[in-house]
Design a protein around this ligand. Structure first.
Ligand code: PLP
Length: 387
């Protein structure tokens, strides 16, 4: 079966009743047929039927041996970090999601786990800092400057240095990119984003390529207990049925908006791997089947940021991404606020940068909305100059 079919069929007829939509099993505990016997479910933290169907589905979508559903993307990232011990070192992309950076710096570093940040688009730079590291953690495209990392190249380097390669595949989803097939050991997702797709469920996913790592993640999941609830597992299963359709439309809209923004006089820079001049385009096209629905752009003047955010009408000024509704985010003050200014700016996350999660609305409405917001912002800036 092709992925589109697998997404739609997830959970269908898996229940004894033949239900097309797999039921939500809210029971926290399950009867033992006899002493020492189990029907496969004992206690819901350890295993829950709805979560199990979801975990099997995501493992299949990503091409791994087992999947694990957590209560948030951060819980999933943290579960992956449970493979590390004091004295270990991680090498990570220098343009990471701010929450992952905060976890590395404020939770792991005090525990004696160091992190080295590097531009993972540059394999020479990666190989220079990889010796001695236990894990290589990458996002591609990065959030928010859309830098592209060669997954297969990183997998090869990680193997040579005895490190695990972890890929945060939130931006691409398994519909567009399957890192495990390119040699990664683990994939993580903030399933709150495209997998859920409707801005209504907080969830995280880990998928492991090997049984040995799956064992350890599974042990952590049950021992720490940050599992996804049955209701949220169901929402995620439901959301994923339309993943392929949504991703196609996100991308169509984003391509149009990227080209439109690139020609706008108030916009000085557009980051989108689908644009002809994107520096990582060639690598991205080798490892992914599409460019996704995330775009970042720099406006001419920082003073335009506030009026743009205040003027959008269809687009919502909000954090997060990957839902059907378009969102506009200001990374410097929101998602990347915890990253020190010098590090953030060196990675391209300037005070003039806006990130847009392009939804599946009609693209004409989105362009019209951006157009009036940029015009309103330009009017504010030129009035300020006149004063
Ligand atoms: C790329 C990426 N990874 C991880 C996370 C964390 O996920 P969550 O917010 O579901 O905990 C996010 C959240 O924005 C993200 O964008």
């Amino acid at each position: 079966m092709r992925l589109e079919t697998k997404f739609v069929q997830a959970g269908n007829r898996r229940d004894a009743t033949g239900a097309v939509s797999f039921p939500v099993h809210r029971a926290t505990t399950y009867a033992h047929p006899a002493l020492g016997q189990s029907k496969g479910f004992d206690y819901t933290r350890t295993q829950n039927p709805t979560r199990k169907v979801l975990e099997e589905a995501v493992a299949e979508f990503e091409g791994g041996v087992r999947g694990f559903a957590f209560s948030s993307g951060m819980a999933a990232v943290h579960a992956v970090c449970s493979l590390l011990a004091p004295g270990d070192r991680v090498v990570a992309s220098d343009d990471l999601y701010g929450g992952t950076y905060r976890l590395f710096e404020q939770i792991l570093r005090p525990l004696g786990i160091q992190c080295t940040y590097v531009n993972t688009s540059d394999l020479t730079a990666v190989s220079a800092v990889l010796p001695g590291a236990r894990m290589l953690f990458v996002e591609t495209p990065t959030n928010p400057t859309m830098k592209i990392t060669d997954i297969a190249g990183c997998a090869k380097l990680a193997r040579e240095h005895g490190a695990w390669l972890v890929v945060d595949n939130t931006f691409m989803t398994p519909y567009l990119q399957r890192p495990l097939e390119l040699g990664a050991d683990l994939v993580v997702h903030s399933a709150t984003k495209y997998l859920g797709g409707h801005n209504d469920v907080l969830a995280g996913i880990v998928v492991a390529r090997h049984e040995a790592l799956a064992e350890r993640i599974g042990f952590w999941q049950n021992s720490v207990g940050a599992v996804l609830s049955p209701d949220d597992a169901w929402l995620l299963l439901r959301g994923m049925k339309t993943l392929a359709l949504r991703m196609e439309r996100h991308e169509q809209n984003t391509r149009r908006i990227a080209e439109w923004l690139a020609g706008h006089p108030a916009v000085t820079r557009v980051y989108y791997p689908g644009l002809a001049d994107h520096p990582g385009r060639e690598v991205h096209e080798r490892q992914a089947t599409g460019y996704g629905g995330m775009i970042s752009f720099e406006v001419r003047d920082e003073a335009m940021i506030e009026p743009v955010l205040a003027s959008v009408r269809v687009i919502t000024f909000a954090e997060s991404l990957g839902g059907v509704e378009s969102l506009l985010t200001y990374p410097a003050r929101q998602t990347h606020f915890d990253i020190p200014r010098e590090i953030r700016e060196a990675a391209g996350v300037t005070d003039r940068l806006l990130r847009m999660s392009v939804g599946i609305e009609h693209p004409d409405d989105l362009i019209r909305d951006l157009d009036q917001a940029l015009a309103a912002a330009e009017a504010v800036v030129s009035a300020g100059l006149r004063d």
